[in-house]
Design a protein around this ligand. Structure first.
Ligand code: GUN
Ligand code: ZN
Length: 438
């Protein structure tokens, strides 16, 4: 068959390294082309260059999409999100543990029904693509069918996604709990069916220490030891009440992180959502294991969990990722996540530059998740996932960006004023998967 080819022409921005915390990005970290071109062949990027440089090498009949007044970037990455919580976003007035009992667990019960799971998975992917997010690490529910529904929907759209079945054998409604070994047997069946299939990967998903027995955590660690290419996702030190509960449930462990360490769950492909209330030795222990903590600013503000200390993580050389954590998060948009991250940073005296923000949303998240050999930047041989931002998306944004004299100013305006309307188009696996109404 003929290869599927497209040329996307226009301004483009991609990171090759961490730009650092300075107002100007570290040398060699940013690639910005004012009239760039990305040549897509099937699901990959065949070439990226200035348009003038690429033009002589293009097939005469290649279909070109001109994004002349837009800005192309690698597709955004969300390192921690719960697809099954889409419909309980913005449920009023609780902190973590009450919010879980009052809203989250009842909602997750509905995913016993496969048709419900399939419908929500489709709605969730519609929304993430509308927000320019092409890859996410996703919590499903404790029902294996919720995972089949999610992976099936992601596969049909050609997306690179990580996901897993929630492991939870206690302290939740009867209808949601699995049992220590049954939960792992279901996970192994799902790994066999989905891990490494097309662009999908499996993430072992013990919900958090309070909802798993020692037996279940032990069995999860054993699966991870035998298959170190799997990811693992869980929650850590989000809320003071949660931390006190963990100390009660696991008195034999040194601290909350010590529970995960004891069972062999802290490794280079492990993502710990939140990690707000940590001390520096705990951050170092996470860093030494090569793990990452997911900073979920809209969620942390919504549940009143606390202000994430991003620079303490940097000092400990602990990788941080950026995440929406919907449904506690209030927005699936990476731009909205950046805006909240900036605001949290301001309250901590740690302002976030636009360089650092857009790096985290793309290559930074890809690196921390060990996906940077495939996604996270616009480069030859990489997978063809892109977002096209519109600096004139709204009348207000058009007025504001007309004033911008530098790329840094434009990027900062996009991160503070942007939302899903700012996403003009999204491409995944070499195909257009979202186009905003004109
Ligand atoms: N801790 C355990 N489960 C959850 C969840 O679903 N959301 C958040 N924000 N924290 C959790
Ligand atoms: Zn979460």
């Amino acid at each position: 068959p003929q290869p599927h080819m497209r040329l996307l022409r226009g301004p483009l921005l991609s990171f090759d390294a961490d730009p650092g915390e300075g107002d100007t990005p570290a040398a060699g970290s940013v690639r910005h082309l004012e009239d760039g071109a990305v040549w897509l062949v099937d699901g990959h990027i065949h070439a990226v260059a200035d348009h003038a440089e690429l033009a002589p090498h293009l097939p005469a009949d290649i279909e070109t999409v001109d994004y002349g007044d837009k800005l192309m970037m690698p597709g955004f990455i969300d390192s921690h999100v719960h697809y099954a919580q889409l419909d309980i976003m913005a449920s009023y007035g609780r902190q973590l543990l009450d919010w879980l009992n009052d809203y989250t667990f009842p909602e997750e019960c509905r995913f016993a029904e496969r048709a419900h799971a399939e419908a929500v998975a489709e709605a969730f992917l519609d929304e993430t693509l509308r927000a320019g997010t092409t890859t996410a690490q996703v919590f499903c529910t404790s029902h294996p069918g919720s995972v089949d529904a999610f992976f099936g929907a992601a596969k049909a759209r050609g997306l690179r996604m990580l996901a897993g079945k929630v492991l939870m054998d206690r302290h939740a409604p009867e209808a949601l709990v699995d049992d220590p070994l049954g939960g792992l047997a279901d996970s192994e069946r799902l790994i066999g069916d989905w891990h490494g299939r097309d662009r999908l990967g499996y993430s072992l998903t013990p919900r958090f220490a309070p909802t798993s027995s020692r037996e279940q955590l032990e069995a999860t660690g054993a699966v991870l030891r035998n298959a170190p290419d799997l990811h693992l996702q869980t929650h850590l030190s989000e809320n003071e009440g949660e931390i006190a509960w963990v100390a009660e449930l696991f008195p034999e462990c040194q601290d909350y992180l010590g529970v995960y360490e004891r069972y062999g769950l802290v490794g280079p492909r492990s993502t710990f959502a939140h990690g707000i209330h940590l001390d520096q030795p705990m951050r170092r222990r996470l860093a030494e294991a090569g793990a990452n903590v997911a900073f979920c600013p809209t969620s942390n503000l919504f549940l009143g969990s606390g202000l994430f200390d991003r620079l303490a993580c940097r000092e400990a050389e602990l990788a941080t990722t950026l995440a929406s954590d919907v449904g506690a998060g209030t927005d699936l948009s990476g731009l909205a996540t950046l805006k909240a991250a900036y605001q949290v940073g301001q309250l901590r005296g740690q302002p976030l530059t636009a360089w650092q923000g857009f790096y985290r949303l793309t290559l930074g998240n890809a690196r921390a998740l060990h996906l940077d050999d495939r996604i996270g930047r616009l480069r030859q041989g990489g997978e063809a996932d892109l977002v096209v931002l519109d600096p004139q998306a709204t009348p207000l944004l058009a007025r504001r960006t007309a004033r911008c004299r530098t790329l840094a100013e434009t990027l900062f305006a996009l991160m503070m004023l942007g939302d899903d309307r700012t996403v003009y188009a999204t491409w995944a696996n070499g195909r257009r998967v979202h186009q905003r109404d004109a």
